[in-house]
Design a protein around this ligand. Structure first.
Ligand SMILES: [Zn+2]
Length: 305
């Protein structure tokens, strides 16, 4: 590479780092959150963007999120005293939310088999697939007690991030399909690329994610990013061991973790890593939950309060 090009590249990276972002936050207990690099298998080109960010935790939201998570299990028949003691137990139990993006795929059945064997629920942020095999995957996800989340129908950055209206129309198309197929609409959302992705800027300008997160914050559909990357999107195929090790190191010291994994055809090693990931988290005492309106909220891009 010649020197002039190197200098231009260096200047570009410096400029990208210097751009101030909105409040970023993803608290995850006493040790704080982990600021991930954008990773999104279906939006693979997002990895080309240099990306360094500072993390700030908004204490109020973090506390609220943790309070909410500790109350996740409804206990309608408990006495007040029992309730209080159970709350205490729940507050001390670390919670893991396993999430799979971009499915269904040819691996969804294998992932569901592992989750069933392990007795562990997970959340699938799915996109629109209309083949009968995939429709059956949506149904099986619900039938086996997992959660479906909206990850947009098309997952095409150039379409969904053109405007708030385009995003909502695309997400609504998936809602309609899932309602038709499973009888239920997802109550949760994950933005392709995460709420702080910058690839969206190409389609909708540099404030598109601020507009979208503000819009979604006014609805009762929460969006979720993640605070533990499995790194399974860092290469076309990561080694099984690298994925297991990433989850181990990225979850260390965190009481509430949202683990990002991908359910796409190339991700054979994610499926292979899953039993070891679950075994490790069980060994560390984590309880497994699905994401919902009351769950620990991890959002990279937050509205200033
Ligand atoms: Zn995605």
């Amino acid at each position: 590479m010649n020197r002039a090009i190197r200098q231009i590249l260096r200047a570009a990276v410096t400029a990208a780092v210097a751009i101030p972002m909105l409040l970023m936050g993803c608290g995850s207990g006493p040790s704080g959150g982990h600021m991930p690099v954008i990773e999104d298998q279906a939006g693979a080109q997002s990895r080309a963007v240099p990306f360094v960010e500072e993390e700030r935790v908004t204490t109020g939201q973090t506390m609220l999120a943790e309070f909410g998570a500790s109350h996740y299990e409804p206990q309608p028949r408990e006495s007040k005293k029992q309730e209080a003691s159970q709350r205490q137990v729940h507050a001390e139990t670390p919670v893991a939310y396993l999430t799979f993006d971009d499915g269904p795929s040819g691996h969804t059945g294998a992932i569901l088999n592992i989750l069933r064997e392990q007795g562990v629920p997970a959340t699938f942020f799915v996109i629109g697939k209309e083949g009968e095999r995939h429709l059956e995957s949506y149904r099986r996800i619900i039938r086996e007690g997992h959660a479906l989340g909206n990850h947009t129908y098309s997952h095409q950055y150039s379409t969904i991030y053109r405007s708030v209206e385009d995003f909502k129309a695309d997400a609504a198309k998936l809602d309609k399909l899932l309602l038709h197929v499973t009888g239920t609409k997802p109550g949760i959302l994950r933005f392709p690329g995460g709420s702080n992705n910058r690839l969206s800027w190409r389609a909708g300008g540099r404030h598109i994610m601020e507009k979208l997160t503000r819009e979604m914050s006014d609805t009762d559909i929460p969006y979720f990013d993640w605070n533990v990357s499995s790194t399974d999107a860092a290469a076309a195929v990561m080694s099984k061991q690298a994925i297991v090790d990433a989850v181990k190191s990225n979850s260390a010291g965190k009481r509430q973790i949202i683990v990002l994994m991908h359910d796409t055809d190339p991700k054979t090693t994610t499926v292979q890593a899953l039993p070891d990931i679950i075994a490790h988290l069980k060994e560390r005492g984590y309880a497994f939950r699905v994401l919902d309106n009351h769950a620990f909220r991890c959002q990279f891009l937050q509205q200033p309060s």
